[in-house]
Design a binder for this molecule. Structure first.
Ligand code: 4AD
Ligand code: MG
Length: 417
């Protein structure tokens, strides 16, 4: 309602205003005749200090101990100058309504809780300042991402989550299993497709209604089909990797931004990646002292770096072979503390080279018929990259662990909430 600590006047312009605040109790301090309740209404990180005494309607609920940390309240009062040193204004409350009690077991108390502990309370951690701030930064970065691509003429393409192709070829796909209750077993099920029964359910693993299907590891191949029709496009959605993601920078489910540029080579791709990153985290705002310190103390060792032209054997089938015959036009952008933020490449647009590469890797050419068609009908040089959105949020916030920048992390250790 009013950011009492932020802004130049710190809420002083609201002096004398009658306000209603609906929010959650962060702290509660009972003194002999007066009680201080800090309420956060979710609109900003600051709490409103609410001063209550027996003059307020509903104060009996404070006296009886019914209002505790975590409870939701409706309060009405007048903004007055605060005598405390921590805030310029406070709310002199004249009416209190306890909307929802909070059980004394509420685990988010005033003392600082560890990130590890808060991960076990993913449903309550948004009520802390750190997680409230991360949610806001994540939202701002998503908005800035769409803004950047939209303003640069890219079209957002939604790519499917269920797919038969393994874009990265790393065997990290989750299989889609269709579990249908026994009673749904029908006479027209092909006999050889009837799978075993597991826990009273038919196990259709390896089958998406009769065909193999997986959760997507990347929307790139789909993006290429639209780039070779509409020119520049991008995807922004969830992707899945069944890899051992017990690290501070891997999730089993993460969001990826994948632009795909038509009539473009690796240099265009790197220029796009650089312009994108500059537009969402560094461009247009003045240097604060901490930025200056960062630049002077960590200097160039602390800058994002692009590495390009990797050996072909360590990269995916779709990357364009360089003239040396040994490397591919691939690029990774590495950033301090996190490592790889972006992985991209120029795509192999030459039909004969792509077919030879699929043969080399013993990949099934039939399965890629539609992808080869893009090279058969009006092929163009094109390039793109994938940016892990959570790693971007880590980069922007300085959070150490990727599990703390996504609301509900999916890792081998946790998929509970
Ligand atoms: O380097 P990757 O595997 O590249 C692709 O998927 C390409 N198809 C992208 C493209 O050219 N369109 O993944 C791209 C980015 C990585 O740089 C990293 O930021 C992120 O996705 N990433 C992960 N983030 C969180 N958890 C994981 N398990 C991740 N795996 C990749
Ligand atoms: Mg990569």
């Amino acid at each position: 309602v009013v950011d009492v600590k932020g802004g130049p006047d710190q809420g002083l312009d609201k002096l004398g205003h009658c306000l209603v605040i609906t929010g959650w109790v962060r702290t509660l301090r009972l003194q002999s005749s007066v009680t201080f309740v800090e309420i956060n209404d979710g609109s900003c990180l600051s709490n409103m200090q609410c001063v209550m005494d027996s003059g307020a309607e509903g104060y009996d609920q404070v006296e009886s101990g019914a209002i505790t940390t975590g409870a939701s309240l409706w309060v009405q009062g007048v903004v007055v100058e605060s005598q405390g040193s921590k805030q310029k204004v406070e709310l002199k409350v004249n009416k209190i309504v306890l909307v929802g009690k909070s059980d004394p077991s509420f685990p988010i108390q005033k003392k600082r809780a560890s990130r590890e502990f808060l991960r076990t309370k993913a449903h309550l951690r948004p009520r802390t300042n750190t997680f409230g701030a991360v949610a806001r930064v994540r939202n701002a970065l998503a908005y800035a991402t769409h803004k950047f691509f939209q303003e640069n003429g890219f079209i957002w393409v939604t790519s499917p989550i269920i797919t038969a192709s393994d874009c990265e070829g790393a065997g990290e796909q989750f299989c889609v299993t269709t579990l249908i209750p026994n009673s749904h077993e029908t006479a027209d099920s092909p006999v050889d497709a009837i799978p075993k029964v597991k826990n009273g359910l038919i196990d259709w693993s390896q089958d998406f209604f009769g065909k193999p299907a997986f959760l997507t590891v990347s929307g790139q191949l789909n993006a290429e089909t639209y780039a070779t029709a509409l020119s520049d496009v991008y995807t922004f959605g969830p992707t899945f990797r069944a890899e051992n993601s017990n690290t501070s920078r891997h999730l089993a489910e993460f969001w990826m931004i994948e632009p795909e540029l038509a009539f473009a080579d690796l240099n265009d791709d790197m220029a796009c990646a650089t312009a994108y990153l500059q537009s969402v985290v560094t461009w247009g705002s003045d240097l604060q002292s901490e930025h200056e310190r960062y630049i002077t103390e960590e200097a160039f060792g602390g800058c994002p770096v692009i590495i390009r032209d990797y050996p072909k054997d360590i990269k995916a089938f779709y990357m364009r072979l360089n003239d040396d015959g040994r490397t591919v036009a691939a690029m990774d952008m590495l950033v301090p503390k996190i490592g790889e933020l972006i992985g991209g490449s120029q795509r192999e647009e030459r039909l004969d080279y792509l077919e030879a590469r699929l043969d080399d890797l013993k990949l099934n050419k039939e399965a890629y018929w539609w992808y080869l068609d893009l090279r058969r009908y009006g092929s163009v040089p094109h390039a793109g990259f994938g940016l892990g959105f959570e790693r971007l949020v880590q980069f922007a916030t300085g959070m150490d662990n990727i599990r703390d920048v996504i609301p509900f992390p999916r890792t081998p250790a946790s998929a509970e909430f």
